[in-house]
Design a protein around this ligand. Structure first.
Ligand code: GZL
Ligand code: ZN
Length: 309
């Protein structure tokens, strides 16, 4: 009859009932991209029936380490995090390894002595993003003119800031039309982008021809500074950024930003699949790279309405 419950066959029933517990240590809430990344992880965990323990380190590496230690104490099944910087993780990753808890890197990579300290990296090729920004600029620029470039870097020692700088430098190297006249350390926030651009305008004024910002939020801050200074962003000064969030596509569609190289924050579904595959006994690839495009005005206008982040 209906209340007959089959015997507990070798714990399978328990296994099915006990959801996977994933600890996620997010780096912060610094940008539109980051909010979209967090939302993607949360909704994908929900859809996958994975119990998500979510903590936000608010841009503090020591806080991120503490959060990971908390997850180890709680004996979660898997730990995932977006490391603020590339270095400084060996000790806590060693502790996770000794506790037998696998670690998956979401969005940003780490540099560690021993690369068995994490199981897989899901994110972007930041160097490629920098190269794509440069190759667009080379194609867009006039053949016999010279261009002074200002670079607004992302968080120091973060994988995206290192990769985007390196790829862009490689992309413009050898083309004598371009001179990088200043490169400032930023932190991916709109406020910092505005502040750094104000400093650049005080120092170089109208001699600035191009701004390369490592993310949209800093580019949007730079746009405010350029307008306050009395110049037209996107016309008097070419602006290039990375992420391609909705706010950037809006700025592109009205001609204040010239290019946004896409960096997808929708990493949640791939992370949950990796977690399930891993706990299902599958080997994970060391890197799962997301594919990305880039947006100039005509494409931005076309996709704007359909973008949900
Ligand atoms: C890139 C991500 C960067 C974004 C910024 O994958 O780590 O951090 O480009 C975010 O917007 O702050
Ligand atoms: Zn990317």
């Amino acid at each position: 009859d209906s209340d007959y419950v089959p015997g507990n066959i070798s714990g399978i029933k328990d296994r099915n009932e006990k959801p996977i517990v994933l600890g996620f240590a997010q780096v912060g809430t610094e940008s539109g991209w980051r909010i979209a990344h967090t939302n993607s992880v949360m909704s994908a965990a929900q859809n996958a029936g994975i119990q998500l323990l979510y903590e936000n380190a608010e841009q503090s590496q020591e806080r991120q380490v503490e959060i990971i230690r908390e997850f180890i104490r709680k004996k979660v099944d898997v730990i995932a995090f977006s490391p603020k910087t590339e270095t400084g993780w060996d000790e806590v990753l060693q502790e996770a390894k000794e506790a037998g808890i696998p670690v998956i890197l979401s969005d940003r990579e780490v540099k560690a002595a021993d690369d068995t300290l994490w199981t897989s990296y899901i994110g972007s090729d930041f160097r490629d993003e920098g190269r794509r920004a440069a190759s667009w600029l080379l194609g867009e620029a006039e053949p016999d003119r010279s261009y002074n470039i200002i670079e607004l870097q992302g968080t120091p020692d973060s994988a995206p800031a290192i990769g985007r700088k390196r790829g862009f430098d490689e992309g413009i190297a050898g083309d004598e039309r371009f001179r990088l006249i200043a490169s400032y350390e930023g932190d991916f926030t709109r406020g910092k982008g505005k502040e750094l651009m104000e400093r650049a305008l005080r120092t170089y004024g109208g001699d600035i021809h191009v701004v390369y910002a490592h993310n949209d939020d800093m580019a949007l801050g730079a746009i405010q500074a350029i307008e306050n200074y009395g110049l037209k962003p996107g016309k008097d000064i070419i602006l290039i950024s990375v992420d391609a969030t909705k706010a950037a596509l809006k700025a592109i569609s009205i001609g204040k930003l010239n290019l946004a190289v896409e960096c997808s924050p929708l990493l949640g579904p791939q992370l949950m699949k990796a977690v399930k595959d891993l706990l299902g006994g599958q080997e994970l690839p060391m890197k799962i790279i997301t594919s990305e495009g880039m947006f100039t005005q005509s494409l931005a206008k076309k996709v704007l309405a359909s973008r949900d982040y």
